[in-house]
Design a binder for this molecule. Structure first.
Ligand code: KDG
Length: 313
């Protein structure tokens, strides 16, 4: 049986070889990105049984994604190949995300993954794990992708625990419906990850974790991230738990949210208590923060367990 199925678009990612404006970067290093496959790869590297469900072109970039993600130990047998649409790619600069200095150029409109829909995706393959991990990025890709997320989050028999990372990417939404769609999807999930700043940007909610919880009363578990300050977990019927983040010298923040979700899911699958889930989230995020690419190797289990227990002693 599978622990986790992650569904979403991945792209070949081009990382700048030097800082500065996109217009000035002369060459790029190839890597891979994709919020959901980042989660899948980290969980598989930590020993979990994981599947990635997606769609890529019949091009070399599609081959590269399938081969690289498969090499992390992720089941890629349900990834479809689309002969008519290309694999998405994107370029970015080195500047810190969330600042004006950070530029992202996506080439993914009309991609193979944007053709995912309830009609093209094998829903049973997506529902085959204990956890189904989704993100709000998918909802922005096309009408079919948005309908797919609604189908996968709808209640019904055989529905796994649905984990949803809001991942609000304003630059991707071509309609003003984004925030409303993300709210609807988050309310239909069982476990939700959202940044405090993201909740303010998308939904205009200020007032911290309690105010966000009031907007999202349904998910059994809500995780509110406060960036470099830490994160709070709000279970529906238990007191909130907050754990500060680690202080690290940040190389690149891209992928840190995915790593946090993966670490939290890893500890959840192991049945660890809320504070340990947050600690693992922070430890895994630290691995991504100190790596230039979107995808990092998780800390070893023994090492992370020792670090997670540091101030329990
Ligand atoms: O969270 C990291 C992702 O944003 C990155 O890997 C690319 O999935 C991606 C996206 O759509 O921005």
């Amino acid at each position: 049986a599978l622990d986790v199925v992650a569904l979403g678009e991945s792209m070949v990612t081009f990382l700048p070889t030097r800082p500065g404006r996109l217009a000035d970067v002369p060459s790029f290093d190839r890597a891979i990105g994709g919020a959901e496959s980042n989660v899948a790869c980290m969980l598989a590297a930590a020993g979990h049984r994981v599947r990635w469900v997606s769609r890529v072109g019949t091009d070399g970039f599609g081959d590269h994604l399938v081969e690289t993600i498969g090499a992390h130990g992720v089941d890629v047998t349900r990834v479809q190949r689309d002969p008519d649409r290309p694999t998405g790619v994107y370029f970015r600069t080195a500047g810190e995300r969330g600042t004006d200095a950070h530029e992202v150029a996506y080439y993914r409109a009309g991609s193979a993954a944007s053709a995912m829909s309830p009609a093209t995706v094998d829903l049973a393959a997506a529902r085959a794990g204990r956890v189904l991990h989704l993100s709000g990025i998918t909802a922005a890709l096309s009408d079919g992708c948005r309908e797919l997320l609604h189908a996968l989050t709808a209640p019904g028999p055989g529905r796994p625990l649905v984990s949803f990372d809001v991942n609000h990417r304003p630059g991707l939404w071509r309609s003003p419906a984004g925030p409303g769609v993300l709210l609807e999807l988050a309310r239909a999930a069982d476990l939700v990850f959202v940044g405090e700043d993201e909740a303010e940007q998308a939904w205009g909610v200020t007032g911290g974790p309690r105010a966000i919880r009031a907007l999202l009363p349904e998910p059994a578990t809500l995780v509110v991230k406060h960036g470099e300050r830490g994160a709070t977990v709000l279970p529906d019927a238990a007191p909130a738990t907050s754990v500060p983040a680690l202080h690290v010298d940040v190389t690149a923040t891209t992928g840190a949210g995915d790593a946090f979700a993966a670490g939290f899911l890893h500890a959840t699958l192991r049945g660890l208590p809320p504070h340990a889930r947050l600690r693992h989230g922070h430890l895994w995020a630290a691995a991504a923060l100190t790596t230039p690419g979107d995808l990092a190797a998780p800390p070893s289990r023994a090492h992370a367990d020792r670090l997670a227990a540091v101030d329990d002693a």
